[in-house]
Structures are given as C-alpha cells and as structure tokens.
Design a protein around this ligand. Structure first.
Ligand code: RNT
Ligand code: ZN
Length: 412
C-alpha cells in the first residue's frame, strides 16, 4: 500500500493525514542528554546516586561534552521532526566548573552554540543529587538551613540560566525541579520536610527570572531506590503546589503505582495548572526508567493530550536511561516510539468517535476504536520519515552499527 492509498483510507473516516504529518513534524520532543552518559555529567562525579541508577556497562559511553554532542548528532540524524535537548546542571561545559550555586549561562555556551547550529530548543534541570550536599538524602527539604540554602541558590541559578538561554534562542526553556528527598524507612515526621520543601520552593520561585523565557516545572515521584518508605515530593504535594502557584506540572510516566497511568491524570490536571511537562518513560517492576516503546501506556498518554487539544500547553520530554544497550539506539528507539504514539493519536478519527459517544452509541465507539488499530498508519509514519529525510524503521539501526564501529569502539 502507498501513502496515497492509506491517506484515502483515513480520509474516509474524516482524518486528514496531511494535518497529522504537519503537526507531528513541528511538535518538538525534548531529548534528555543524560541517556548518553548514564547520568554522570561532567563534574567528575560517578553515577547519579539518589535513586536514579543506570545499570549496565555497554561500551562507548560519552565521557566528555564533545563526545556527547557527537553522539547527539548521530541520534539527530535518525530521529525525525522538531527536537529539543534537555540539559542537567551537571552537564556544564567550561574549563573551570564552579560550585553548583555559582553556575551561570556562560558555563553552557557550547551547548547553546550547538543548539543554534542544529536548530534545537533547550530545556534545563537543576541537579539536586550526586553531590556531597545531598549526602544526607535531603536537599530543599533538609532540616539543616545551610543545606537548604545551598540547594535554593542552585535552583535559582538554574532558573536564571533557563531564562538566559530562552531569551538567546528566542524559545522558552522549561526548567524542571526534581529532588530525591526521602527516607528509606518509616519516618515519624512526614509533615516537617514537606513544610520546608514548600518554603524552599517559594524562595526559589520568588527570585526574578523572566516568565517569558523560563517556564518553571516541578516533578513528583512515588518512591526511589533507597527512599522506599517516604518521598517528600509526592504527587499530592506537587499537584497542590503547582495549582496554588500556577507552575507547570511534570508527570513522569514511571513515577506512580505500577498499574496507575498518567494518561487519565492529564485532563484533570490541565483544569487547574497552566502547563504540563511529560517525562515519557517506562516503568518495569521497581525501575521507572526503561527505554520507551510503542506500548499501550505510551499510546494512551498521547491519545489524551491530543483528545484534550492540549499539545500547545504540553511540553514533551523523555526520561529513561539504559546503560546495557547502545546508548544512541536507546535514544532513537525511545524518541521514535514517542513520536509514533503521537502520530497514532493524531490519526484517530476523533470527530467520529466523539459523535458516537454523544449519541450514546458505545457499541460503535468500541468497534471503531478497535478498527483504528488495523488502519495503515505505518504508511503515514514511513512518509513522515521520507519527508524529514531520516531512515525508515528497519534501516536506521544500520547507521548506529556503523557509528558504533567507527566511533564508539575507540572509546576506552
Ligand atoms: C528522577 C526523575 C528525574 C531524573 C532526571 C535525571 O526520578 O525522573 O526526572 O530522571 O532529572
Ligand atoms: Zn523524570
């Protein structure tokens, strides 16, 4: 079947594949830099600690900012459409890297130049882990005022970096705060840390940073390795905080109970917060960060975003890390799966489904939903790859293999 034939099949159901292709091509996905180096960063630390653990020792990890950019360039050639790069503060790139509280936009100059050259937007994150000041297991919610102040200052520095980058690229930066704070075992005082976290966030957000160029987001988590019993920044905490302060809310697909899906939360939270950030990820048992696949949980996230007509208010970010397979392939698999999920949602015969629902014809609604699964969407995806000049689904891996041979294999 050709793209034309598949477009006709969709048109018969009232779906405009050209609209789907245009929307898909201009909807950016923010690629997380930390998939390329197992969340190490370039401060000289090893591993993220604090519950973010990349396991595996597949050869070829990027060890320097230049290697990471070289790998990103390879991934960029294999991923269609608009892209952003999501940086963490530990990826500062300058001859002398200061304390985290003293970081400024100059320490990210090489990334900004790279983003301009490749027409990427940028996003940003304070790194509130993998640092001696986080060794107690508490950062913004610490009972120690000196520790709290350190992390408040770091988060403020990051918001300013976000705003400066946004202004320079004329493309707003989402600065997302996630902290690892919590207890391994049963706490007595669950309230104190949460009161302190609210106060700290208030101080962080009170610092001036352009609202036009920096978008503040906050991210919850259910539990992490080492903080099984209590996580200060729970979903209820951040949902409440985001509603009260009208910040962007980050929903990470791996940060809820295993049978809980973030898809059903989207239409609820968008009633009360101005913007949404997704960390598209895949939970597997205790892990929240497996490489994203074209699976039902991922598809339903994008169905909801599209059905809610919320693409303009949603920032699509990725969050997974796997050090046991080729890291560039991991980026490509996860990003393309995310984009395929979005395409499927854009190809849904939404008007017809809504009509059936409003008429109370739930039998036809269910039948049509099932019928959409066998429509020739892969022809539309291939057409997208052709138009954006990236390899087709069964072809891109060849390029990863040859890059592995010519570049990755020579890294010590
Ligand atoms: C951790 C959060 C957070 C991190 C990144 C590195 O559980 O998901 O988003 O993965 O900031
Ligand atoms: Zn996340």
């Amino acid at each position: 079947m050709s793209y034309q034939e598949s477009a006709e099949r969709y048109a018969a159901l009232g779906v405009d594949t050209e609209w789907a292709l245009t929307t898909l091509a201009r909807t950016p996905v923010s690629l997380h830099c930390w998939q390329g180096d197992d969340v190490n960063g370039f401060e000289g630390g090893t591993g993220a600690g604090s519950g973010c653990i990349a396991t595996g020792n597949y050869p070829g990890r990027a060890r320097t900012p230049d290697e990471l950019r070289q790998d990103m360039n390879c991934a960029d050639r294999l991923i269609p459409g608009a892209k952003r790069l999501n940086l963490h503060a530990i990826y500062a790139d300058s001859p002398k890297i200061p304390e985290r509280t003293d970081l400024n936009v100059d320490h990210f100059r090489s990334w900004i130049d790279w983003a301009k050259e490749r027409q990427f937007g940028l996003d940003f994150n304070p790194t509130c882990f993998n640092h001696p000041m986080a060794d107690s297991g508490f950062t913004l919610s610490s009972s120690d005022p000196a520790i709290r102040k350190f992390w408040i200052d770091h988060c403020i520095a990051c918001r300013k970096i976000g705003a400066s980058i946004g202004r320079e690229l004329e493309n707003p930066v989402v600065t997302n705060i996630w902290i690892p704070d919590g207890y391994k075992d049963l706490p007595i005082d669950r309230s104190g840390p949460r009161q302190r976290l609210e106060e700290s966030l208030d101080s962080v957000l009170a610092a001036p940073a352009s609202r036009e160029w920096n978008i503040d987001a906050i991210e919850s988590k259910l539990f992490g390795i080492g903080v099984e019993s209590y996580t200060v920044g729970s979903h209820e905490f951040y949902l409440g905080y985001a509603v009260k302060n009208q910040t962007c809310l980050c929903l990470d697909a791996g940060h809820f109970h295993p049978t809980e899906s973030i898809a059903d939360k989207i239409s609820s939270v968008l009633q009360f917060v101005p913007r949404l950030l997704t960390h598209v990820s895949r939970g597997v048992r205790w892990d929240s960060d497996h490489v994203v696949l074209l699976d039902d949980p991922t598809k339903s996230i994008f169905e909801e975003i599209v059905r809610c007509d919320a693409l303009e208010r949603t920032h699509i970010g990725l969050d997974f890390f796997d050090a046991s397979i080729n890291r560039i392939a991991a980026w490509v698999i996860g990003t393309r799966a995310t984009q395929k999920s979005l395409l499927l949602a854009l190809l849904e015969p939404q008007n017809e489904l809504k009509k059936l629902e409003s008429e109370g014809d739930y039998t036809s609604r269910l039948a049509l939903l099932e019928a959409t699964k066998t429509l020739p969407w892969s022809e539309v995806w291939d057409e997208h790859c052709r138009r954006t000049e990236v390899p087709l689904e069964t072809e891109w891996m060849r390029e990863v293999k040859s890059y592995e041979k010519s570049v990755l294999a020579h890294r010590g």
